[in-house]
Design a protein around this ligand. Structure first.
Ligand code: NAI
Length: 331
């Protein structure tokens, strides 16, 4: 089977080629993203393999279907970029990698929290310039602080456990409560109850019609003044303009984001020689208490290995007509 990869980075090619030795698929790697203009490049392939910022809307799926593409393989967990109703209508299964090292993302969220709190990014630059002053680097003990987690699925659960290990009080909100988390010491409560209590709020729920702009003017207003917000989930969970207002008024004390709503035109490429026209992101990056990473939460050796192995396994199941255990369907 021939599979065309969109939005390929060098590391995708390395890991997929390595593990494809066990499968023998014909893999073709394109660096362009999938969208209405590039869908034609999938001609001759039975499957496309796409990532978080590829556009898999109805128009793209229809184009793919007319070219006899029969499967969409996501090499990621989130599937908010796919029109699942259109895929079902076109009888085109969509498979994903439901969990690939939840530790990778949870640990990155913790790394961002720690960096922002203890100002490691500033200390690193300062020391390199022989400035050994501590002024402006004051942080706080995590021990005893209240951490709120929205979404206690694979990643949220790992994050909760790490925070419990730090000696934090952990509150959580999820539409499905996990007994194991309660046993571990996590207290579930409605969103409006946990917002005013949290010193740190970390988002680990998917982006869907219920969670879009979960963090908005009202929810920010309900948060404890000066709290820290961490988003390693999806950019659309946050109304960035409201967050900027809250940072300006100091209602929000600090922000760490690994994802950004408009990230598809920026992330995963070197734009150091370009003029960035996204004024919202540039305003965000001008705050001293904002830390931005470019969707690197998943980026560990273990996660890339699992992404390649599970995706190739999904393709194999499709070819062999065995049950697609990792299929995503519209609920
Ligand atoms: P998961 O599906 O295991 O867990 C998601 C949790 O969110 C579930 O417990 C679900 O019940 C809960 N949830 C759903 N709707 C909710 C709502 N309205 N309010 C509160 N909770 C709700 O997903 P997993 O693997 O933990 O991933 C979470 C998110 O992390 C993904 O959706 C994806 O967007 C993001 N992600 C980010 C990566 C990165 O590199 N930064 C890499 C992988 C995932």
């Amino acid at each position: 089977m021939k599979v065309i990869f969109f939005s390929t980075q060098s590391y995708d090619k390395t890991f997929f080629e390595l593990h494809n030795k066990d499968y023998g698929f014909t893999l073709e790697f394109l660096d362009v993203p999938l969208n209405e203009k590039t869908a034609a490049l999938a001609t001759g392939a039975e499957a496309v393999c796409v990532f978080v910022n590829d556009k898999v809307n109805a128009a793209v799926l229809e184009k793919l279907a007319t070219q006899d593409v029969r499967l969409v393989a996501l090499r990621c967990a989130g599937f908010n970029q796919v029109d699942l109703a259109a895929a079902a209508r076109l009888h085109m299964p969509v498979v994903r990698v439901p969990a690939y090292s939840p530790h990778a993302v949870a640990e990155h969220a913790v790394a961002m929290l720690m960096t922002l709190n203890r100002k490691i990014h500033k200390a690193y630059n300062r020391i390199r310039e022989q400035n050994f002053s501590l002024a402006g680097l004051l942080g706080f003990d995590l021990y005893g602080k209240t951490v709120a987690v929205i979404g206690t699925g694979n990643i949220g659960q790992v994050f909760c456990k790490i925070m419990l290990g730090f000696g934090c009080r952990v509150l959580a909100f999820d539409v499905v409560e996990q007994e194991a988390m309660k046993q571990a010491g996590v207290t579930y409560a409605p969103l409006h109850d946990i917002l005013p209590q949290a010193d740190i709020l970390s988002l680990h729920c998917p982006l869907n019609e219920h969670t879009r702009y979960l963090i908005n003017h009202d929810t920010l207003d309900r948060m404890k003044k000066g709290a820290m917000l961490i988003n390693t989930s999806r950019g659309g969970l946050i109304d960035t303009r409201s967050v900027i207002r809250a940072l300006k008024s100091e209602q929000l004390g600090a922000l760490a984001i690994d994802v950004y709503e408009q990230e598809e035109s920026l992330f995963f490429r070197d734009l150091s020689d370009h003029i960035i026209t996204d004024d919202v992101l540039m305003r965000l990056m001008s705050f001293p208490n904002v830390l931005v990473t470019a969707h690197q939460g998943f980026f560990t050796q273990e996660a890339l290995t699992q992404i390649a192995q599970v995706t190739l396994g999904n393709l194999k199941a499709f070819v062999e007509k065995t049950p697609l255990l990792n299929e995503v369907k519209q609920v």
